[in-house]
Design a protein around this ligand. Sequence first.
Ligand code: HEM
Length: 397
Amino acid sequence: MRRLGCPKNGGDANQGQLDWQTPRTFDNIYYKNLIQKKGLLESDQVLFSAGGFTAGIVYEYSNNASKFNADFAAAMVKMGDLKPLVGDKVTNNYTPCKAQLSPTFYNVKCPNVLQIIKNSTRTAISSNPRMAAGLLRLHFHDCFVQGCDASIFLKDDPFKGIISERTALPNIFSVVGFDVIEAAKSKVEKECPGVVSCADILMVAVRDAVEMVGGPSWSVKLGRRDSTTANRRLAEKILPAAKAPLDSIIKVFNDSGLSVRDLVALSGAHTIGQVQCFLFRDRIYNDKSDIDPGFAKTRRRDCPITHGHTRRAPLDLVTPQLFDNNYFKNLIQRKGLLESDQVLFSAGGSTASIVSEYSSIPSKFMSDFAAAMVKLSDLGTLVGEKGVIRRVCSQLP
Ligand code: HEM
């Protein structure tokens, strides 16, 4: 259809409507067009086709016209605030008008919140040591899908348009830890109702959990708010699978602003926690796999070829409950349980040299992991007037 007004030869100055359906109305049809692959400019279409956060936001605006209108207005105000050029300087450095996250955000409004979360997390981990791993994965799966906004907690709610991420394939029967955060949240609500977001509670609990099992600590910036949306389709598209090729894992991390070094450091989270048999069975029964044969044999004992799909094995065979750098030592010995782990070393190149570095310098792994967690925690945060403070993490107010 577009070729009619834009012949292959000539007609260079002919004009085409950017929004082919309602070109004279300021509405959200532009986003609907992108989902139908009907964006006219490449720079428009890529917002959806590239996946990642931009695609999640395109979905959100296509379903929620008032959200688009509100965000558009807010962004116009921000754009109006950009520092004008002064004197004879030409620069593209500017300071956006941005609500800030801060480690002291709740100091006045809820001074005991950090201690309440720490106590809750400690209780959960002492009754189930695997919970540190559970919370860490819950955090990753929340932040990767439309940002660290507790969207993963929301349960299906057809009246509010919520199609839950909890039941997305990478999460269902797999991600745990929701109850731990709900328990902490209800204690926090008793002390300071309607003040602290679920997203922030998760963030602090994960930091504490990692430290409690021997990992590094870091300062958590606070003041995030909870989303009013969830995105199951995006969760299924973006969360990496155990057999995903390395290129695609690197890409999905890069799309979220995380480097190859961040990827390798964050993969070190697999120094704790467990994985279900059906996710590594092919690898331990495949004679052509690069897996260490003795390790494969050991793992076969608890993961039979025909049954026991959901039996679990530790991701780190040496110190499964301790946050240390044995995960990287295992990879060098070809004892990575998931293909997506082993490939970080077997593929050679930059990921392999970072694996070697972390296996020989544990302190470097710890500091890079902490730095990457801070980056992960900054993804797509809702601040200021955006989002809500949920009273119960699984429900919208
Ligand atoms: C790089 C790509 C990644 C892939 C392909 C991947 C894949 C997986 C898979 C398949 C499992 C086992 C799930 C199950 O058995 O139900 C798992 C577990 C786990 N993942 Fe990842 N993961 C990745 C990155 C990460 C990151 C970045 C983190 C955190 C920062 C993380 C933290 C964990 C933890 C702690 C567990 C154990 C959870 C438990 O015991 O409940 N993973 N991962």
